[in-house]
Design a protein around this ligand. Sequence first.
Ligand SMILES: *[C@@H]1O[C@H](CO)[C@@H](O)[C@H](O)[C@H]1NC(C)=O
Ligand SMILES: *[C@@H]1O[C@H](CO)[C@@H](O)[C@H](O)[C@H]1NC(C)=O
Ligand SMILES: *[C@@H]1O[C@H](CO)[C@@H](O)[C@H](O)[C@H]1NC(C)=O
Length: 415
Amino acid sequence: MMPVLLILVGASATLQVDLLSHKKFLLLPPVNFTIKATGLAQVLLHWDPNPDQEQRHVDLEYHVKINAPQEDEYDTRKTESKCVTPLHEGFAASVRTILKSSHSALGSSWVSAELKAPPGSSGTSVMNLTCTTHTVVSSHTHLRPYQVSLRCTWLVGKDAPEDTQYFLYYRFGVWTEECKEYSRDALNRNTACWFPRTPINSKGFEQLAVHINGSSKHASIKPFDQLFTLHDIDQVNPPMNVTVEIERNSLYIQWEKPLSAFPGHCFNYELKIYNTKNGYIQMENLITNKFISKIDDVSTYSIQVRAAVSSPCRMSGRWGEWSQPIYVGKERKPSVEWHLIVLPTAICFVLLIFSLLCRVCHLWTKLFPPVPAPKSNIKELPVVTEYEKPSNETKIEVVLCVEEVGFEVMENSMF
Ligand SMILES: *[C@@H]1O[C@H](CO)[C@@H](O)[C@H](O)[C@H]1NC(C)=O
Ligand SMILES: *[C@@H]1O[C@H](CO)[C@@H](O)[C@H](O)[C@H]1NC(C)=O
Ligand SMILES: *[C@@H]1O[C@H](CO)[C@@H](O)[C@H](O)[C@H]1NC(C)=O
């Protein structure tokens, strides 16, 4: 570092001597400096070299200073420069001509330009904007096998009038799209947006720009911009086809990579084996997609896996969603059979209600004998009771049955 610095200082010194010997040499500021919004949260800075600038045999460059919304500075040889940044607070920058590598030592005066902040008080802007992306199967498989869905939610600005309506736009690269599927709050104001398919590339490094503006009859609604990094907001899908087999005292657990544009080697997995009997949770961090665990065969287990993209493929992000739990072990039947239990239970419930209604009719006829002939059929009751055997899986339905019976009986007793 020191030698480089010394050389630089030396070079600068000789230049100064050189320039001093040519008294008339002047660095002139660039001309026609403009800042133009070229997209959502994106501006283009452009200037022209000063036509009166003497070239001689020196290398000229430009020193750009961003003043707002966030300070930044850099040197460039080009006469334009693109910046990606939120624009709801406006944008301001300055530029001057410098001698290459001289940094601030020798430079022209500055020229400045700015984009005014859009109108509206900041309390009218949306708050707490969050967005997430999900990989989905593409509808045009011939183009790309996967596409990405985008969902954003926000809160209405605290000073926004009741008639405020918000509109969301996103930009990814050169692609800009307006939201078409909003969710609304009680006052019919848009508070969430869903894009089922977007050209967002989840493997990309480019930032996602989201812009929400709005309108109201009573106030100007200040727009709001936010930039998102894809690895921060991408919700990795759960691993697919999780299978669990028990062989003697071992659990053999396997799964496939999540639905994702990333290949299999890009994933880390977290496995959760929950012993439902003693509440013990075993967590495993894995880079393979299988695991064998020793178990005691009197317990029951719930098994879930989740995935995250690992760092060689992308900046490692958050864990994705857990897979649906799979239950194995004694007592508890696998969750797949659940719906096979629900159907008979539902039939049982309907029959029970039906028979109770008949019984009510019957009671009625007993209390008021001369009414037309009853249609009740008490024979159905024993049939029903056969279905009433309680089992673990049908707890909710059974309880419902009991409550309904109690209710009916109460009603009966009021007669
Ligand atoms: C500055 O802009 C004006 C008007 O657009 C143009 O006529 C002129 O040529 C530009 N100057 C330079 C040095 O390009
Ligand atoms: C919204 O964000 C603010 C600050 O970022 C936070 O204090 C507040 O709890 C958030 N509100 C909700 C409802 O999430
Ligand atoms: C919101 O922004 C979009 C994109 O910049 C623009 O086309 C639209 O006119 C704006 N709407 C309002 C109400 O400001």
